[in-house]
Design a binder for this molecule. Structure first.
Ligand code: ADE
Length: 226
């Protein structure tokens, strides 16, 4: 059964690009993943379709109101059971490969993208089951972060990548960074590909690649080995 991801956003059109290109398009075409965007504005109770209001207690920035988001989530929840209701937020738990692996095993995921100064805290309290950040920086909204999460999930669903084993040898998939890769020409203006890769010795190549993984990880991300 396809993994279904519902995305709640004020900017559904931002997702058109990633849905219609590359890996995600392939995953959708192969019915391995189903993506649905929902415009939170369609659930506004206001005749002007407003979805935000001033922050109680004052301060700069508008806050996304609970009602439109609640109506949209309640509608979706009445249609199916969600394994996770995710809120993209810079103060969430930092996203990583192991989280992507876990999410890729779910059936139904709902992702809420916030904007403005934030969303009313009660949304987080009553509806959200996990909060995910894609790094220690602030984006103007959760959409680009949600795209990163959807992409990371989609590409590890079996059948999405042509060479399924390639997702498993990714950097991070075994807690190590990837080894370097080369293709033709074997000699680019005197810069040669390591001889071992041209040797045809499978075991020696595999040992070399593992050594390179360790070396790279030690040099670039020693924290992963700790
Ligand atoms: N929304 C704004 N900044 C974000 C971040 N770093 N991660 C996830 N969602 C966000």
């Amino acid at each position: 059964m396809a993994l279904r991801i519902d995305i709640l956003t004020l900017f559904p059109q931002m997702f058109n690009g990633i849905f219609s290109e590359s890996i995600i398009k392939k995953a959708v075409g192969r019915k391995l993943i189903e993506l649905h965007t929902h415009n939170i504005r369609d659930y506004s109770l206001d005749k002007h379709r407003r979805v935000d209001d001033y922050s109680f207690g004052g301060g700069a920035g508008m806050v996304m109101m609970i009602e439109p988001i609640a109506l949209c989530i309640e509608q979706l929840k009445s249609e199916r059971k969600y394994d996770a209701v995710i809120f993209m937020a810079p103060d969430g738990k930092t996203f990583n490969q192991s989280k992507a692996n876990q999410l890729s095993l779910y059936q139904n995921i709902l992702i809420l993208c916030g904007h403005y100064k934030g969303v009313d805290e009660r949304v987080r309290e009553f509806f959200v089951t996990e909060e995910i950040s894609i790094g220690d920086y602030v984006l103007s909204g959760g959409e680009i972060a949600a795209m990163a999460v959807v992409d990371a999930i989609a590409r590890i669903i079996p059948g999405v990548l042509n060479d399924e084993s390639s997702a498993l040898t990714d950097s991070y998939q075994n807690e190590l960074l990837s080894s370097p890769v080369y293709t033709r020409p074997a000699d680019y203006k005197g810069h040669k590909v390591p001889d071992i890769l041209l040797s045809g010795h499978e075991q020696a190549i595999s040992d070399w690649r593992f050594d390179q993984q360790l070396k790279r990880t030690k040099e670039r991300r020693p924290d992963l080995l700790a």
